[in-house]
Structure formats: structure tokens, C-alpha cells
Design a protein around this ligand. Structure first.
Ligand code: TNX
Length: 785
């Protein structure tokens, strides 16, 4: 007889009886034991093999974790396990050498059952938990898994104190050796504590490579003793001012060599290798701001304040290579990583094309074009690294002039670079945009902070497979693994990074560690609440974007406006949890009405809703939805459509280096033009735009020609409103205020001609495209009073 059809607790009781297990010998065990035996294994990433055992194991405060005498790394792993359990569950454990009286043991064992590198065995019996591995990383990951098993609860209250877990044997090892995250500390400097916090969580998720993007146009973040100007000058930029008289305090920061040594050791203790990236030959403007002679023209630019692609390149002469090699000498002393990343992305070749000296050198080397020159340049650096026992990694652009013989390729423009390189017998790492680009937004919600407008949901990352299907078994060996990249142009504060990384890191980790045939999205969602509870206890402010309530008015806002009533469906992106709501303006609680079916409401109405897990834990903070005529006629920035020209979609903040969360605006860098589709204009007399003036700080390189200019009739330009789309008749024109006189955010109100029906309103700014970038926070339509 199967136990499937029975209720959870009954099923467990049956199972326990059948196995002859005495459930409930200790304290509160009966309840927890049931939960322990039926709940999903609280592991993320899921383990390769889990074999159920007999009975349960209860751990209480004061229990001992034993490590072999003299094994400092095992001792550290044990201390980390104890630390997690204490911080998440409030249980104090003790770490000791020698096995006596131990509830938990950790030990390296030459003949441990799991033979794969970084693998481990974790055996839980009624008398204890025992971790064995053939290497220290495996032992550490065993400890991380046990820390998760010992913190299985999502329910507040039940997640504290002694814990009972099912007996089982776990055998586990990674699918890929390279399980990475890249953090861009150049665009926005990341304080050391934040980097360490990321390292902690990477380790807890069995990720093992932290790629630090240390240099870029907007900042050089690593102290180099031989070239002090790199951090004296290159680490600081002056943010563009969008309001005249606005203070322009330099923005920046860098890591001293002592700090880097400390960070590298911190990561190494957690079995994470820090892979440094020194970007070349492009993304080098901060270098040229510090040492202009290394550049092609010798001119000294300021450290860039423009995101995107800037023109400054390294020269290709000997002083340039002396500089690079001297920098790499210090980099190699600081970072023991075998792999050193040399960038190679987005190097606009204009400066090389325009320089007679560079051209002469190119011809003397017998190279056919600037792409071949880039390959030669990168390979020369690769040879230098190889001569020092290191290996070079570059972004996939370095393939453009032929593959540099010593290169490992990091593929970001899709996966073609990886496929091509693997077929040519080179190792590859997959980190394709937009899927593994965590600067992509994670939902279409209004409350999402700044980022790129591609939406990469938790489910998208979970579905990603780092092994390209095109490769045969032989070529597949070249796939080292995958990595998610946190580019920080629009992540001004550590909070933004946290929001972008968690919980998408959970989906990433499972994809890179767990066997492919264990992939199970629903199972992952079942295991996630326990992880969210861990985040809560550890003070990690994970995004609730996948769980937050979305409100959908059936038939759209116009139907509700016409009828004076609305049918509203509540849902969330991941389709999990219980939605509870109120209609009286109060904040919902776990006792509020449970959402079962679309709600029929008479306008005006207000809905407040939040989401709870099965365990009663808050999965998403409350969200509010107003059903008033005014709200139904208002569209937020993200609800407008970009005009149908070549799009470069971003969601950007008021100031590029803001230090707090603030308003954000969806823009298309190529055209300051939006459509409010199907505006219901019956009775409407005025349109009000919440306008904002932003810095136009984007290096668009050759794409600059795509920026559309609309003819203006006044010096500062206007907001022009057209009816029935962007080629329709002009319905209103409102001049923009002078940038010197108006605050950064200001309202623009236009009278609209009387009309009826639903019509597409096109809103465009005619401000000169050499000036500030104008954006729309929201548009509302009002009926005459
Ligand atoms: C492209 S990915 C870049 C970065 C940007 C990123 C923004 C890569 C190698 N280059 O310079 O930060 O897009 O998403």
C-alpha cells in the first residue's frame, strides 16, 4: 500500500510504525519528527543522492561537533556549521577535537565513499551525524549541507531550539567545477563587509568562484604599489550634475593590498577562489585618467561617468605591456587563483584605427585588422601569465580575431562563443546575458528597483542549463561551469546587490551543483521557504519579487472605469503560497481572508494583499492596489510602452550615484518617447506627467546615431502629446522648464481636447539630445472638476 493518498501526519505515523521507529522519544519530537520525515529535504542545492534511513536524530544545545586533532580546515568547517546553526536556530553547539561524546563528526578519509572532488558523505543516524570526504572542500560542503538539514523550518517560532531530523545518508558532489558569481566593484564600489557577506552566502550555496571585476572606465579599485595614481586618481569620479548647483562630491573607493590579502584568505577558508579581472584593452578609461601615456592618444580623460562603452584603449607599444605586466605581477602576488581574467570585452577599435603608430605596428606584426591585433594583444598577456604558471580568461570578444592559444573563454553574448571555443579545444565558462545577468530586473512590478529591462525571473535562472546542447561528450569536458554576473551600473548600494542576488543565487546554485536529472522547479519552491527563513535570521534582505501579489483587473482598467465595478484576480509570479487580503485599508495578517477566486468590487476600493507559505511564514510583504478612478487612469513608468524604435531599455534612478533607494524611471536611451495605450478619454480634460530630468551619461559608441531627436520649438524642448499613436495629431504641447530653475522632478500639465473612447496617447520629449535625459515617472488623466 502506498502512503501517498494519506494526510501528511498519518502517512508518517504509518511509515514510522512500519519501520518500527520510536518517534517521539525526545521532548517535542512527535510533531517535528513527522515534519522531518515528510518535508522536502531542506537542501539548496539539492544533493546528488539522498537515501532515507531509519528513525530520527535530535540535536539540542550544547551538542558537540568533533574534528580530528590538528585538522584546522575541518575545525573551521565545524565552526562555520556551529555558527550557522546558532545564528539561524539559536542553538549553541561546541566544536572539539577528538571523537568522544560527539553528536556530529567531520573527518577526512582517504577511502570516503564519494570519490569526486568536492564531494562528501553525510550520514545521519539516530545517534548522530557524520561527514566524511576525500578533500577539505568536500568536508566543508558536508558541513554546509548539515547546517541546512538542521535549520529545516520556515515557520516562525518552530524554527528555533532543538531540532529533529530524519535519519538518512546523503552522497553528494558537484555537477560543474566552476560555480561562479561575478561582482562588479568598479561601477559602484562594494564595501568589504558586503563582499564578505556575499562570500558567506556563496559558500553556503556551494559556489566556489568569486570573479571580481576590479577595473573599468568608471573606476580602478585595486591598490597597485608601483602605480599609485591608479587609486589616487583612477578610483574617483565626479558624478554628473543634473541640477545646476548640485553638489558633486567625488564618488569612489578602492581596496588596499592588505584588505585584498584578508579578503582572499577569507574566501579561501570558505573554499572560494577569487578570480581578479583587470579589463583590457578597452574599459580602460580610469587607467588613462591616471597614466595617460599608456593610452593611444596620450590625452588624459577624466575617470568616466558614462556607463556603456567608452573609447579609451591601451596602446600596443612596449610601455603599455610593461605597465600591464607590472600590474599583473602585483595581481599574481595578491591572488593565488590559477585563472586571471583580462577582460577583452567591448573594446571599440576606433582609437587603434585612427592612430598611425598603432596601424604601423599592426602591419609590422603582419596582422590583418584590429580584431587580429586584439587577439595578438591578449595572447601576449596570456603568454606572460602562462610563463608565471597562471591561465588567462577573457570575455568572448577575444575570439573575434582568432582564438588566443592560451585562452579560456567566458561567454556572455549568448553561448556561441562557448560552443566555438569548446570545439577548438579551449575551456569555457557560461555566463550568457541576459539570463545570467543579475542586473536584469526580476519582475515587471512597479516596486522593482533599477536595472536592465530584460526580465530574468527566478524560474528563468532555475531553467538555465550551463551545458550547451550542441556539444558532444568530448567537447563537453571543456565546459568548466557557469557564473552569474552582478553588473552594478544601476546598483548604487549594497541593498541593491542583495536584492538582485537573493534568492536568484539559490536557483543558480542548484543549476551548477545538482545533477541535471534532479532538476525540479516545484520541489525547489518547496525547499525555498526554509532558505528564506535562514535569510531572515541572517539579516539578508532577499527580494520577494517572485512571490509578491500581482493585481489584474479582468478586462482591464477601462472596463472597470466604465462599469464602476471591477473583478480583480490576485496571483504571483512563482504561483506559490497562500494569498490573504483585506478591503478595508488595513494591513493583512495571517488571519485575513484567504484569496480563492477573483474578487468582485465596487469602486472606489482598496486592496491590500500579502503571501504566506504553507508554514505560515511571510513570503511577500504587503502590496496595495487602489481601485479609484484616478488610479485606474494613471500609468506608472513601467506600464507605459516604449515607442517602437530600436530599444535600449533601462530602469534608472534619479542620480547615477544615489546612496539610497529612490524613484526609478523606465527609459529607452534611443528615444524619449512612450505610449499610454488605450487611454480612456471620456470626460478627461487634463493630463499630468510626473516628469524627471536625469543625467544623460551613457557611452553609446557607434549606437549614438540611433538616438532619435524630435524637433523642438522652444529652447528647453517640450513634452508633446499626440493622439492615436506617434504619427497622430498633436493634442498638447507643454514647454519644459529651464534646468537651472526647476527641481529634478516636476509636474507637467496639459489640457486635452474633449474627446471620447479609447485612444493611444503618444508622449515624447523634444528636448535637445545633447542635454539632459527626460523621463516619465507616471502619467495621469483627470476629468474636469
Ligand atoms: C556588458 S558583459 C558588459 C559590461 C556591462 C554589462 C551590463 C561584459 C563583458 N561587458 O561592461 O556592465 O554589459 O549589463
Amino acid at each position: 500500500m502506498g502512503v501517498r493518498g494519506l494526510g501528511k501526519r498519518t502517512a508518517t505515523a504509518v511509515l514510522a510504525m512500519a519501520l518500527g521507529v520510536a518517534v517521539g522519544a525526545q521532548g517535542r519530537a512527535p510533531l517535528t519528527a513527522s515534519a522531518a520525515e515528510t518535508a522536502p529535504p531542506p537542501l539548496i542545492p539539492l544533493a546528488a543522492q539522498i537515501n532515507p534511513g531509519q528513525g530520527t536524530f535530535t540535536l539540542s544545545a550544547g551538542a558537540v561537533i568533533a574534528v580530528p586533532t590538528g585538522d584546522a580546515q575541518a575545525r573551521f568547517a565545524a565552526a562555520q556549521l556551529a555558527d550557522q546553526v546558532r545564528r539561524v536556530r539559536g542553538l549553541d553547539l561546541m566544536v572539539r577535537e577528538g571523537r568522544q561524546g560527539a553528536a556530529i563528526t567531520l573527518a577526512l578519509q582517504a577511502d570516503a565513499p564519494v570519490t569526486q572532488a568536492e564531494g562528501y558523505t553525510l550520514e545521519v543516524t539516530p545517534s548522530g551525524a557524520h561527514i566524511t570526504a576525500r578533500d577539505e572542500a568536500g568536508l566543508y560542503y558536508g558541513a554546509m549541507s548539515l547546517a541546512q538539514l538542521l535549520t529545516p523550518e520556515a515557520a516562525p517560532g518552530a524554527d528555533q531550539g532543538p531540532v529533529t531530523i530524519a535519519a538518512q545518508e546523503i552522497r553528494d558532489w558537484p555537477r560543474f567545477p566552476w560555480r561562479g558569481m561575478m561582482l562588479d566593484v568598479a561601477r559602484h564600489f562594494q564595501p568589504l563587509d558586503s563582499v564578505k557577506a556575499l562570500i558567506d552566502q556563496m559558500a553556503a550555496h556551494k559556489l566556489n568562484r568569486l570573479h571580481l571585476h576590479l577595473t573599468d572606465d568608471q573606476g580602478w579599485r585595486l591598490e597597485i604599489k608601483h602605480y599609485p595614481e591608479l587609486t589616487k586618481v583612477g578610483a574617483w569620479r565626479t558624478p554628473p550634475s543634473v541640477v545646476s548647483g548640485q553638489s558633486t562630491t567625488p564618488y569612489g573607493g578602492f581596496y588596499t593590498q592588505d584588505q585584498i590579502r584578508d579578503l582572499v584568505a577569507y574566501a579561501a577558508a570558505r573554499h572560494i577562489t577569487i578570480v581578479p579581472e583587470i579589463d583590457m584593452p578597452g574599459h580602460a578609461q580610469a587607467v588613462m585618467a591616471s597614466y595617460p601615456k599608456i593610452g593611444v592618444t596620450g590625452a588624459r580623460p577624466a575617470v568616466a561617468v558614462d556607463w556603456g562603452v567608452n573609447p579609451y584603449l591601451f596602446n600596443v607599444d612596449e610601455p603599455s605591456f610593461t605597465f600591464i605586466q607590472t600590474v599583473l605581477d602585483e595581481v599574481m602576488t595578491l591572488f593565488p587563483s590559477t585563472y586571471i581574467h583580462v577582460g577583452g570585452d567591448e573594446a571599440l577599435k576606433d582609437e587603434w584605427k585612427a592612430s598611425p603608430k598603432v596601424q604601423a605596428r599592426m602591419r609590422a606584426l603582419g596582422l590583418k585588422d584590429e580584431n587580429a591585433l586584439q587577439t595578438w594583444f591578449i595572447e601576449r598577456v596570456g603568454q606572460y601569465l602562462a610563463a608565471h604558471g597562471r591561465r588567462m580568461i577573457g570575455w568572448d570578444e577575444i575570439l573575434e580575431g582568432g582564438i588566443p592559444p592560451t585562452a579560456t573563454i567566458m561567454s556572455w553574448r549568448g553561448i556561441k562563443g562557448a560552443v566555438d571555443a569548446a570545439r577548438m579545444d579551449h575551456d569555457v565558462i557560461l555566463s550568457p546575458a541576459p539570463t545570467l545577468y543579475l542586473d536584469s530586473l526580476q519582475s515587471r512590478r512597479d516596486d522593482e528597483p533599477a536595472g536592465r529591462l530584460a526580465i530574468v525571473t527566478l524560474a528563468d535562472i532555475y531553467a538555465y542549463d550551463a551545458m550547451p546542447a550542441e556539444l558532444n561528450a568530448e567537447q563537453a569536458h571543456h565546459v568548466l561551469g557557469g557564473q552569474a554576473n552582478v553588473w552594478t551600473e544601476y546598483m548604487m548600494t549594497p541593498w541593491h546587490v542583495t536584492h538582485a542576488v537573493y534568492p536568484r543565487i539559490d536557483a543558480l546554485a542548484e543549476g551548477l551543483w545538482s545533477p541535471k536529472d534532479k532538476r525540479d522547479w516545484r520541489g525547489f519552491l518547496d525547499r525555498l521557504p526554509a532558505q528564506l527563513a535562514r535569510y531572515r535570521h541572517l539579516g539578508v534582505d532577499a527580494a520577494d519579487s517572485a512571490f509578491a501579489v500581482d493585481f489584474t483587473v479582468e478586462g482591464g482598467a477601462n472596463a472597470a472605469l466604465a462599469a464602476g465595478t471591477a473583478t480583480v484576480a490576485l496571483s504571483n509570479q512563482a504561483g506559490v503560497g497562500t494569498i490573504r487580503y483585506t478591503t478595508d485599508g488595513s494591513t493583512p495578517t495571517s488571519a485575513s481572508t484567504r484569496y480563492e477566486a477573483p474578487l468582485h468590487l465596487t469602486l472606489p476600493a482598496t486592496l491590500n494583499a500579502m503571501v504566506f507559505s504553507d508554514a505560515g511564514q511571510v513570503l511577500a510583504a504587503p502590496r496595495r492596489y487602489d481601485l479609484t478612478a484616478e488610479a485606474l487612469r494613471t500609468r506608472q513608468s513601467g506600464e507605459l510602452q516604449a515607442c517602437p524604435q530600436g530599444e535600449m531599455g533601462l530602469r534608472i534612478p534619479l542620480t547615477p550615484d544615489a546612496t539610497t533607494k529612490g524613484p526609478v524611471f523606465n527609459v529607452n536611451l534611443f528615444d524619449a518617447c512612450w505610449v499610454y495605450p488605450k487611454a480612456r478619454l471620456d470626460g478627461v480634460t487634463t493630463l499630468t506627467v510626473n516628469a524627471a530630468r536625469l543625467a544623460r551619461n551613457y557611452g553609446l559608441a557607434h549606437d549614438a546615431v540611433k538616438v532619435r531627436s524630435h524637433p523642438a520649438t522652444t529652447p528647453n524642448g517640450e513634452l508633446v502629446v499626440r493622439m492615436d499613436g506617434c504619427d497622430g495629431p498633436v493634442a498638447a504641447t507643454v514647454p519644459l522648464p529651464s534646468p537651472a530653475a526647476a527641481p529634478q522632478q516636476f509636474p507637467l500639465t496639459a489640457r486635452l481636447p474633449a474627446t471620447t473612447g479609447q485612444r493611444d496617447l503618444c508622449l515624447m520629449y523634444t528636448a535637445p539630445i545633447q542635454g539632459p535625459l527626460y523621463a516619465i515617472g507616471s502619467v495621469s488623466l483627470r476629468a474636469a472638476p
